[in-house]
Design a protein around this ligand. Sequence first.
Ligand code: 6R9
Length: 646
Amino acid sequence: MKGPVQVENSVPCTMETGVSDRYVEQVQRAQRDPEAFWLSQARRLVWHKAPSHASRSDFGGDVRIAWYEDGQLNVAQNCLDRHVLTQPDKPALIWEGQEDGQRLVLTYRELHAQVCRLANTLRRLGVGRGDRVAIHLPMVAEGVVSMLACARIGAIHVVLFGGFSAEGLAERLVDSGAVVVITADVARRGAKAIPSKVTMDEALLACGASSHVRHVLVVPVTGTDVPMQPGRDLSYAAEVAMEIPDCPPEVMDACDPLFLMYTSGSTGRPKGVVHGTGGYLVWASYTHELVFAAQPGDVFWCTADTSWITGHTYVVYGPLCNGATILIYEGLPSWPQPGRWWDVIDRNNVSVFYTSPTVVRAAMREDADVVRSRSLSSLRVLGTVGEPISPEAWQWFHDEVGKACCPVVDTWWQTETGGVMLTASAGQVPGRPGAAGLPLPGIDAVLVDAQSQTVVEGAGDGLLCMARSWPGQAMTLWRDHERFRQTYFTTCPGRYFSGDGARREADGYFWITGRVDDVVNVSGHRIGTAEIEDAVATDAEVVESAAVGVPHDLKGQGLVVFVVPRTEGSLDPAAVRRAIAEGVGRYAVPEQIYVVRDLPKTRSGKIVRRLLRKIAAHDLSNLGDLSTLSDPDIVEDIIAQVAAQA
Ligand code: 6R9
């Protein structure tokens, strides 16, 4: 591992007693002189031109996020070339397919060669610095290769989730202005075949004249024949085969965008979160090393899809920048049989396993023998991300998967933060079941009282904000800096507001209490309720609708939608489901749809979501004073409706 941060040697047991001295010392050092601290962290990268200063960020005025501004570097060079020099034959990437026996190992030299061939292909197709390339692939090696190939030539990648509908894809293709798309013929998901190319064709058709896409590269994931549009569509395999395995990296400025990541907020349109080059990579490397106590021999398995920020920072950029071996697995946890992922761990000697609470909850429900019949002795550190993990699930993960000998790090962070912000760093900060942990050294997390706007000191709760910028912070929203300022810097002026509420214990441990905006977290997928409502509104029979989140045993949260029809009896809930599947994607289809006469509203016309959330969760206690509603009777009607469908 490069860089000044040395982490304690192996972490043999989870009986740590307190926060390590070296952690406390780092927190103090970062607090005393943040500029010097972050400048020293920049040394973990190789720079074409080393930066002379760290942050020039400002949370006031128009808001400016700028890290290592005068530095120059290339991300792919940091993730590949420097390791090719020192450890060319070390496995960089292990891929396992979901069919038995499918396995591929790429050494650093081989991964570098593949990246260069694709980078040359993209350049030949006219892609240059700052151009956007959309990547729409399942968990195959080509996904990682594509991201790094973009980074190598300074193109901005936009990785799109395989579960998006054609319309969802089209919206993001148009907004990003992508010029090339890399997709698969067909993706596998357990027994299902996902028609990636056909969906992409529909998306491009839907873009119409607003599309900037000149070429579609098709990766033969299953080898299925798919329609190819002459001139536009090209075979990935044939194109890369024409190129040489060497490609000079583009020298990028530290504040050039590296990628866009679309995420949901409380308003309808998905936001294109823009991450920069130098700051983001420092953050990916720093957090990967510190949080997971990374070691050179690690086989690091982050189970996140690469279309999620977690897949960017901890499948690709953090571990590869630090020279680790990454594992990617194509399939589901329990297909074709329960315990499939445990076999992947045993077969590949995975040492760090980073997954979501949803996966842990599902595994807990399986027969105890499933996990107990596996060795799992290669594991050293376990982690979760995406949603709160309950103390029970934490304990099960710790005891059954970690055999009570691996620290469990619950990591709180967001698309906008680029990497982990609050956690129990392995071997340095003891884990506490259910709590997110402590801010990383250099992170100035504060709780702000929503009413008084004052900072809560010591134990208490409030809106989770950051008082100072950090290297991984998103720079802006794609072509909408004003929306960036409004979304994150106006709720608590002068601070970054995360959208989450949190509680802090007297000793500094944070507990996340959940989103305070209209975002629902279904199995770690961030879904804006406004996005759902926009999709529902495309049905001509719908007057209006309200989507809310309810507690869900397996998924953490589930979605419930209340819909008001134009005329009584005119609306089929199946049509509403279809509208959501088509407008957003199948992953966002709600658990329940209630067709109701009207929605509860204030006299000023605001939908009272708090009421709908309680009714949908069958919690009829403390409904509050209903007399302030424009039509108080509607609440009884909705309650009756929900009871009738229960
Ligand atoms: C990395 C990622 C961010 C939102 C975030 C919060 C929730 C993430 C969490 C967590 C409790 C954790 N969240 N990690 N809540 N404990 N460890 O998930 O990014 O998809 O942008 O979601 O997810 O509500 O605000 P993203």
